[in-house]
Design a protein around this ligand. Structure first.
Ligand SMILES: *Cc1c(COP(=O)(O)O)cnc(C)c1O
Length: 387
């Protein structure tokens, strides 16, 4: 057996586990589709680099001409290093440090997505010190529903993100009064892993209301940025490898009433990179418990924290076994009971040394990895090199 599904099993057997494996054909197909649909719908894409900042992945995304959405100074540096033009970089986050703001001012980024009044005042002061004007979009908390895990909803009024709806008029007044910031856009981001198009439709209705509120004051901005959040199908990584960007873009195009000459921007992260990545791990032990059996892996929450953090589902496959299917609790080696990738997971008869693929790990896998327990950072491998 040389390959299993799309995995080069023979090449895998000589690699140290655990490792991240990226199928670049899946990434290229995703980027082709995204680029096509974005052009058709006149949408500007800024890839949210926090989903996966692996330099090879970012450089491929950059080659398609997409911009980058950053949430830290380190991410701005990574985007610039990958060759992304500064004028395609947006910078969000509730807690931007002074050095990060200065870095972004020096680079000359497209826009700061500003989340509070004190932040706006600091950006104005730091821009003044440099004798420049900072382009800003106000991140507004639209208070709309996102049907996803409560840890990854961001657009409800109890969340820490953005400027509250009732404060919008006052914050706009302040922005217009500050001499070293220029109001260029409105920014929104309602959460992540959203598959319900109605949620995006709800966001668009809210944006229309806010735009009408601005229009009553004869105000308009150059761009509208709807953020990221489009979800992926964790249950069907092969059958649904490419997210439905067409449906997503057509929903927002249909619902959103843009002003003349206003540009539309989005910041997809997960939907771009999730399906191209897998975490490949070796079975260390199969342990018979009193009521269940455990497959104990050499990968854990240090390499993929989503199951431990959000009870997230990832499809798990034993890519070494053709044996009869049995149920296993698939766990990692970390000293935490939450270090569990899945319970009652159907796997082919599993033995020590088998390779297991944890699918749809391309987003928020490698970037959220840690060295907890002093575990080393795993390597990453790419299909183009192993084929
Ligand atoms: C995380 C984040 C994104 C990307 O979200 P996805 O769900 O990965 O698409 C986009 N914009 C902002 C401001 C974010 O914080």
């Amino acid at each position: 057996m040389e390959t299993k599904g799309n995995f080069p099993l023979k090449a895998f057997t000589s690699l140290e586990t655990p490792f991240y494996y990226y199928d670049l054909d899946v990434l290229r197909q995703t980027l082709d589709t995204l680029k096509n649909e974005a052009q058709k719908n006149r949408v500007n894409v800024h890839y949210a680099i926090k989903a996966n900042a692996n330099p090879r992945i970012v450089s491929m995304i950059q080659m398609y001409g997409f911009g980058i959405d950053c949430v830290s100074g380190g991410e701005i540096r990574a985007a610039l290093k990958a060759g992304v033009p500064a004028d395609k970089i947006v910078f969000a986050g509730v807690g931007k440090s002074d050095w990060e703001i200065n870095l972004a001012l020096e680079a000359g980024i497209f826009c700061f997505n500003v989340e509070s009044v004190p932040e706006l005042e600091v950006i104005d002061a730091l821009a003044a010190a440099k004798g420049v004007t900072a382009p800003v979009a106000l991140r507004i908390n639209p208070d709309v529903q996102a049907d996803t895990h409560h840890y990854i909803t961001t657009g409800l009024k109890e969340n820490k993100f953005g400027i509250n709806l009732c404060d919008v008029d006052a914050v706009i007044d302040l922005t217009l009064a500050l001499p070293h910031v220029k109001l260029v856009g409105l920014h929104f981001h309602i959460g992540s892993q959203i598959l319900e198009m109605n949620n995006f439709a709800g966001l668009c209705s809210r944006v229309n209301e806010i735009q009408a509120q601005l229009a009553r004051r004869n105000l308009s901005v150059e761009h509208i940025n709807l953020g990221g959040g489009l979800g992926v199908d964790y249950h069907h990584p092969d059958e649904a490898a490419i997210p439905d960007f067409a449906e997503y873009f057509s929903t927002i195009r249909r619902m959103l009433r843009l002003r003349p000459d206003q540009s539309l921007h989005v910041e997809p992260g997960r939907s771009v990179v999730a399906q191209c990545g897998s975490l490949i791990s070796k079975v260390l032990y199969v342990k018979q418990g009193s009521v269940k059996q455990f497959a104990i892996l050499d990968a854990g929450m240090t390499e993929l924290i989503r199951p431990a953090l959000y009870q997230a589902y990832h499809k798990i496959e034993n890519i070494s076994s053709d044996g009869e299917v049995e149920k296993y609790d698939v766990v990692g080696p970390i000293c935490e009971s939450s270090d569990c990738f899945g319970k009652e997971v159907p796997l082919g008869k599993t033995r020590r040394g088998d390779l297991v693929a944890i699918r749809t790990a391309g987003a928020y896998g490698e970037t959220m990895s840690s060295n907890y327990n002093l575990r080393p950072t795993p390597k990453s491998y790419f299909s183009d090199d192993l084929a």
